[in-house]
Write a protein that binds this ligand. Structure first.
Ligand code: PXL
Length: 277
């Protein structure tokens, strides 16, 4: 008896909360068999206020990993931090060649707390090489604005407009992570399936211990798709999973607090509501 096979093409977060470390933890929690193709290694310097270093691996090293993983007939693939246009093109072409149906594009452009976009040309490359094959993409507010070429959404109406533009670029479904960035009592995400908009809500949690939330959310969607859930079901469960992770986020050190990737199965999840708009 095998397991559904999930692959992340992403960066390593040496601190363990985000990146492929988050993805593999979420894949495991969802009873799937996680694999990783590492594109870049992100480091954080404790002697310099946790400043990030970004080390892109040679492209041949990425290609060799993709060859390994895709030879096993992957059930669902996710992309995360892809640091250069060449990396994005390589990942996009490998996904297209492998003809995987369940493709989750997390269009990582910056790390939380870092305000420098990795590389402006990456947005164009994501639109060209990743979005056309995306079953779903999972931008945050900033990334949604960048992909849709609009101002960073600040309201539900602006999120809806950005989501519609992003589906016009080829992504079949979009979920924009509003998180705490939209003025409301709830933590809001907007899910658009190309026809209908849905609002997903959980109670806002007053914490800064949410490092890795975005990666964990997209990875949970990926695992759910690999297990045969519909896109809408996959997104709903992922919201529960990450809300539990944020509720039980914890302090790793003076600089960072990751989500608890295993919180849902251990402590249960807070209530999530979904409403068609
Ligand atoms: O959360 C975005 C992210 C994605 N991938 C890697 C990261 C981070 C943020 O730290 O390090 C590898």
């Amino acid at each position: 008896m095998g397991l559904p096979k999930t692959l992340t093409i992403a960066g390593s977060d040496a601190s363990g909360g985000a990146g492929l470390e988050a993805d593999l933890k979420a894949f495991q929690e969802h009873d799937t068999y996680g694999m990783a193709a590492v594109s870049v290694i992100a480091t954080m310097d404790p002697d310099n206020n946790w400043a990030h270093g970004v080390y892109t691996l040679p492209i041949d090293v990425l290609k060799a990993q993709l060859k390994t993983a895709f030879s096993t007939k992957i059930d669902a693939v996710k992309t995360g931090m892809l640091s250069t246009e060449e990396v994005i093109e390589t990942a996009g072409k490998a996904i297209a060649d492998a003809q995987v149906k369940n493709v989750v594009i997390d269009p990582v452009m910056v790390c939380k707390g870092e305000d420098e976009v990795l590389n402006p040309g990456n947005v164009t490359a994501m639109v060209r090489y990743l979005l056309p094959n995306a079953l779903i993409t999972t931008p945050n507010l900033f990334e949604a604005g960048q992909l849709a070429q609009v101002k960073t959404p600040k309201s539900i109406e602006e999120m809806k407009l950005a989501a519609e533009k992003i589906t016009q670029l080829g992504a079949k479904n979009v979920v924009i992570k509003g998180g705490r960035g939209i003025a409301d009592d709830a933590a809001l995400d907007l899910f658009f399936d190309g026809t209908t908009h849905y609002l997903l809500k959980t109670a806002k949690v007053d914490t800064t211990y949410n490092h890795g939330a975005g990666c964990t959310f997209a990875a949970s969607i990926t695992a759910n798709l690999a297990r045969g859930l519909s896109v809408k079901e996959a997104v709903f469960e992922a919201k529960e999973f990450v809300a539990a992770g944020i509720e039980h986020g914890w302090k790793l050190n003076e600089f960072v607090g990751p989500v608890h990737h295993g919180a849902k199965s251990r402590f249960g999840a807070p209530e999530v509501t979904i409403e068609a708009l």
